[in-house]
Design a protein around this ligand. Structure first.
Ligand SMILES: Nc1nc2c(c(=O)[nH]1)N[C@H]1C(S)=C(S)[C@@H](COP(=O)(O)OP(=O)(O)OC[C@H]3O[C@@H](n4cnc5c(=O)[nH]c(N)nc54)[C@H](O)[C@@H]3O)O[C@H]1N2
Ligand SMILES: Nc1nc2c(c(=O)[nH]1)N[C@H]1C(S)=C(S)[C@@H](COP(=O)(O)OP(=O)(O)OC[C@H]3O[C@@H](n4cnc5c(=O)[nH]c(N)nc54)[C@H](O)[C@@H]3O)O[C@H]1N2
Ligand code: SF4
Ligand SMILES: [Mo]
Length: 687
């Protein structure tokens, strides 16, 4: 493929998106001229989003970093000189060796996320390198860890209803997920269900693109979803809409729950959530009377202080009604559990000289870089842009500005983060690599092989970390394995029966191979919870000092049950979810994508705007004790009063403060040490 000048070649979308689409890359004169969907992919079926249709703009962007660079100006000023790979590698290895000797290897920290979901580059050779080095470990909890733990506390592992089945649902509740923008093929499946008469309900804090598309949009106050879920349980028990036989056979704790929910009357729940009591009654009846109700649990609602509990509470609902037994019924949060690969073989924890090395939470990178006891002295960032995506930007920036910190950033672009690096290394795009991809939503494993040559002197993560490993003197064969060796090891995983029969040769032949879903037929009989049942009552929660039954716990910083109103220092809740045309902060530097989003703006309710003399289109400053954010106001009633929303993670603007995370806190969620981006209070004033 790589040597052919013209043709159409299969590929995989590498972005951190549940759909993991099959792609077709059209090449002319050796260059990609068109990115299209692969109609042969059974789930994504040739449809792709606008972001990736324009992916060639990113691959051939004139600002792509093509050579290693060394900093020559102050940190953050983005003044660099070109150096050779030999110089870059020897500087990095010398600095890492010196730091290890002087401060211990735990003074070095990797910081990475899933800018490219290819397994070999983010859960493979990179891990081997940091394991052999003995660096600090990173707790990768910026995305879904609160919700995953919440789901697991009920169901035992991260797998729920598989996507194809949702076409058979008659009620689909999308709860805290903006799937029109973030999981478009679930929308296609829901549309099929709708043609057969299904109703789509969206529960969100603002009427996003998905709320607009729904049959019924229900707005609520941020962080109050648990109250709503338990309020629904109250009505299900009260009105005899629970499935007693199902609860008896498959659940643990339903009798305790029946008592527990008595206090969650529609009137109380309405006072917490802002949803009229009559709507709560209607929603519970609709859910309880459905044949096969499906709940799609988004990621947004778990970015809160109480996010783990919120997901846990919603996950309990089909355990009361028994919708799990109906095709298409049940719930989905993340389906990554089905495709888990052999992480021991990939990551080689056995190479680590210090298995007990400390673990640093990535949500707390600002705080971590300020530690004076056992300080972090070396930092290696790849596949992530923390200066934009991590909470509390000012704290993060202060950390990255430290003169005594040696920072390496591997990326395709001079991101806000790369500007603070001592050494910047050029990364390939995934279309230049060999890698294997799993979806955290559908059940197809896919292979990527290079379609174009590496651009400039860029290197894939896999190549980079094997090169650095050998240069450090790690002699193990682990640093000389080929991509294909590693893929074969990743797929050879007897502990995961769903991977049975998925092989490298199968992938080479078919590009995408379905997991062996045989065990899914007995899903409910094999739940890996402590009791083997759906745990409505969780002893694991109890052990962790948390309420064992679904219980509404107010946010630490946020809406407290009564509208705060003026008089409070920061009376508004600030929600900053992703936008339609960026993928987290990726594409925020591509002109085509920028044009589609125009500029960052703040959605504010007419009542809140009027109280502050703000009119549509005016420039406003959003602020709290952590920082400020400067955007244009859009006056709209898409939220309840008291909530303001700004979509999209923009890079720092020229002379403008446009990073939403300047306002967010690095507090951790109740479960999974997750991020709490949306539990943020602010005030807004005219600029
Ligand atoms: N276009 C696009 N697609 C993406 C991404 C992207 O940046 N852009 N990012 C990818 C990634 S990494 C992820 S994790 C997923 C995330 O995609 P989703 O699962 O859709 O989650 P979010 O978009 O973070 O948030 C969804 C919604 O949650 C709402 N929300 C916030 N607080 C609450 C609350 O308290 N209760 C309720 N009910 N709703 C609340 C927000 O208003 C938002 O509309 O999307 C992936 N796909
Ligand atoms: N306020 C607020 N903050 C948020 C969120 C939110 O909704 N609101 N969402 C959060 C969520 S859910 C997530 S998942 C995180 C995402 O945070 P990140 O994972 O940091 O996501 P991106 O901003 O897309 O940055 C990925 C970077 O990886 C680079 N990259 C791509 N491919 C490769 C490669 O092959 N090698 C290397 N070395 N680099 C590569 C890209 O160029 C890009 O700069 O953000 C979180 N932050
Ligand atoms: S970002 Fe998501 S929807 Fe768009 S092409 Fe990639 S996997 Fe498909
Ligand atoms: Mo995410």
């Amino acid at each position: 493929m790589i040597h052919e000048e013209n043709g159409v070649f299969p590929a995989v979308c590498p972005l951190d998106c549940p759909d993991t689409c099959g792609l077709l890359l059209h090449k002319e004169n050796g260059k990609i001229v068109k990115v299209a969907g692969n109609p042969e992919h059974p789930i994504t079926q040739g449809a792709i989003c606008n972001k990736v249709r324009n992916m060639a703009e990113r691959v051939y962007h004139s600002e792509r970093i093509l050579y290693p660079l060394r900093r020559t100006g102050p940190k953050g000023a983005a003044i660099f000189e070109r150096i050779s790979w030999d110089e870059a590698v020897s500087e990095i290895t010398e600095r890492f060796k010196t730091l290890s000797k002087e401060y211990g290897p735990e003074s070095i920290l990797p910081y990475s996320f899933y800018g490219n979901m290819g397994v070999l580059g983010v859960d493979g050779m990179d891990r081997r390198f940091f394991n052999a080095l003995g660096s600090s470990k990173l707790k990768q909890s910026i995305c879904n860890s609160a919700g995953n733990e919440g789901w697991k506390s009920v169901m035992g592992f991260n797998g729920g209803t598989i996507p194809e089945e949702t076409v058979h649902a008659d009620v689909i509740i999308v709860w805290g997920g903006n799937i029109v923008s973030t999981n478009m093929h679930q929308v296609v499946l829901a549309e099929k269900a709708r043609k057969n008469g299904a109703k789509v309900v969206v529960i969100d804090v603002h009427r996003n693109q998905t709320g607009q598309w729904a049959d019924w949009f229900i707005p609520l106050h941020p962080g109050t979803d648990t109250a709503l879920a338990v309020g629904i349980m109250h009505i299900l028990f009260r009105n005899g809409l629970v499935n007693e036989a199902f609860m008896q056979q498959y659940t643990l704790g339903h009798e305790e729950l029946r008592e527990h929910v008595k206090g969650y009357t529609p009137e109380y729940v309405s006072s917490v959530t802002g949803i009229p009591a009559s709507d709560i009654e209607r929603l519970a009846a609709m859910y309880g009377q459905a044949e096969a109700a499906h709940i799609h649990i988004g990621n947004g609602l778990q970015h809160h202080d109480n996010g783990g509990m919120a997901v846990r509470s919603i996950t309990c609902l089909p355990g009361l009604t028994g919708h799990w037994l109906k095709q298409g019924g049940g719930a989905t949060k993340m389906n990554g559990g089905y495709s888990s690969m052999n992480s021991e073989a990939l990551e080689r924890p056995d190479l680590r000289p210090n298995p007990e090395a400390r673990r640093i939470n990535m949500n707390r990178i600002g705080e971590a870089l300020a530690m004076t006891d056992k300080p972090i002295k070396g930092l290696f960032v790849y596949c992530s842009n923390p200066l934009v995506v991590a909470p509390d930007t000012e704290r993060v920036r202060a950390g990255f500005e430290r003169e005594d910190l040696f920072t390496v950033v591997h990326d395709l672009f001079m991101t806000d983060t790369a500007k603070y690096a001592d050494i910047v290394l050029p990364a390939t795009s995934s279309f230049e690599n060999t890698d294997v991809f799993a979806s955290y939503w559908h059940q197809y494993i896919q292979l990527q092989e290079p379609v174009i040559p590496t651009q400039g002197e860029s290197k894939s993560n896999m190549e980079l970390f094997s090169l650095l490993g050998r240069a450090m003197g790690f002699n193990e064969a682990a640093f000389s394995e080929s991509e294909e060796d590693m893929i074969a090891r990743a797929l050879d995983h007897p502990d995961n029966p769903y991977l049975n029969g998925v092989t490298l040769s199968g992938l080479k032949e078919h590009r995408h191979v379905k997991l062996d879903m045989t065990p899914y037929a007995s899903y409910l009989n094999n739940l890996p919870t402590a009791s083997g049942r759906i745990e409505l009552y969780s002893t694991a929660m109890e052990t962790a000092g948390l309420p064992p039954l679904p219980t509404y716990v107010p946010l630490k910083e946020g809406y407290d049950g009564i509208r705060r109103g003026r008089g409070h220092k920061y009376p508004l809740m600030f929600i900053s979810p992703p936008n339609h045309n960026f993928l987290n902060s990726t594409f925020a530097n591509v002109p085509k994508h920028q044009k589609l989003e125009k500029e960052p703006f703040l959605q504010i309710h007419p009542e809140d705007a009027a109280e502050r003399d703000i009119e549509d289109g005016m420039w406003v400053t959003v602020y709290n004790d952590r920082g400020t954010y400067e955007v244009r106001a859009k006056v709209t009633d898409k939220m309840l009063p008291g909530t303001v929303v700004s979509q999209g993670l923009w890079w720092e603007g020229e002379g403008r403060k446009q990073r939403a995370n300047a306002l967010t806190s690095d507090r951790l969620s109740d479960l999974g040490e997750g991020a709490t981006f949306f539990s943020t209070v602010v005030e807004v004033k005219l600029k």
